[in-house]
Design a protein around this ligand. Structure first.
Ligand code: SF4
Length: 348
């Protein structure tokens, strides 16, 4: 059958979804979707989550094929954690400008200038930058990981400046911050948000820490996508202003359709708060990736091995209780030696 999203009838759409389910079963495949994906992709996914949950699921799935419906760094993380599996992404052009804001050579030079700093790096980064980092974090575990690092250990946080500043202030930690931003979260308008709050005084404001301070100062709640979703379910308020990519509202409506969820206003036109990269994946491309097992993700094995250690530290600290994290932090070798990592990657 022809798959054309623009003209697909409801019948075509039903057939497409049936074929996706059939292909998943034939391929022994799972679809892992980020909360910012189109609702129709979330609806056919086996698991939906934030970057941390997607990484956990990728590491533990017994499926032969993983379709990572998200952006490239998420698909590469899945491949690093499950190197023996076929990992697909519906659209190989789904990148992340935040990850692109930290080119590996600049990052390695920056680390060389601060060799005693531990590099805590947001998962929204390239595989190469991960390989040059000490611990990876997501917004859901960033605070826990920073709290686990001894207070006298200097830290370099990359690449999202807003997230780094937010958790640093929360924990009273002075960190060196890479000057990167998520353009989607930077487009929310503090002035228009303030107006919206006046128009909806009964609404609670839930914001992602990738937003700038003038937004976070107006928030009743600040957290990762999964934390914002939970807040909207647990809080007795009936109305919420959501200051993150509005794809998350799909799960909020499914969880409680009786509440009202208002996407926060952007500086310009309304669609500015959509992540265009996340939205590159469509149901049709998801179908075709399962059919042809393309586009497939490949990560050089040496590079994957170097990047796996800091990602695994994140998963281990995320799951740790009590003092278990101490040995994980102690295993990090400082000062930073660029040549050692370059030798490991055979790029010296
Ligand atoms: S929302 Fe921002 S950080 Fe997330 S994938 Fe899109 S550009 Fe990257």
């Amino acid at each position: 059958m022809m798959h054309d999203s623009g003209s697909a009838s409801a019948e075509d759409r039903r057939t497409l979804i049936e074929e996706i389910q059939q292909l998943k079963s034939e391929r022994n495949a799972v679809v892992l979707a980020h909360y910012y994906q189109r609702g129709e992709i979330q609806d056919v996914a086996d698991d939906i989550g934030d970057s941390f949950k997607l990484a956990q699921e990728a590491a533990r799935t017994s499926a032969d094929v993983i379709v990572l419906a998200g952006v490239m760094f998420m698909a590469e993380t899945a491949k690093i954690l499950s190197p023996g599996k076929t990992v697909l992404i519906p659209d190989a052009k789904a990148g992340c400008p935040l990850a692109d804001s930290a080119p590996v050579q600049s990052f390695a030079s920056y680390r060389e200038q601060h060799p005693e700093h531990l590099a805590l790096t947001y998962i929204n980064s390239s595989t190469e930058v991960k390989a040059f980092s000490d611990i990876i974090c997501t917004s859901s575990v960033a605070r826990k990981i920073l709290a686990a690092i001894p207070k006298d250990q200097p830290v370099l946080f990359s690449p999202d400046e807003n997230l780094g500043r937010y958790i640093g202030e929360e924990l009273d930690r002075d960190m060196l911050l890479w000057k990167g931003n998520c353009l989607v979260h930077m487009r929310f308008s503090p002035e228009k948000l303030s107006e919206m709050r006046s128009q909806h005084p009964d609404a609670k404001v839930a914001a992602h820490p990738e937003c700038e301070r003038a937004i976070l100062d107006q928030a009743d709640f600040i957290g990762s996508t999964s934390a914002i979703l939970k807040y909207s379910q647990d809080n007795p308020a009936r109305k919420f202003i959501i200051v993150t990519e509005p794809g998350i509202i799909h799960q909020m409506k499914l969880a409680d359709p009786t509440k009202e969820y208002l996407p926060a206003p952007s500086r310009g036109w309304a669609s500015e708060n959509l992540c265009r990269n996340m939205k590159k994946n469509t149901l049709e491309k998801l179908h075709d990736s399962l059919l042809h097992l393309q586009p497939e993700i490949y990560v050089d094995e040496q590079l994957a091995e170097a990047a796996r250690t800091p990602i695994q530290r994140m998963l281990d600290i995320g799951a740790a209780s009590g003092d278990e994290h101490i040995d994980i932090i102690r295993s990090i070798e400082l000062p930073f030696q660029r040549s050692k990592i370059e030798r490991q990657l055979a790029i010296a």
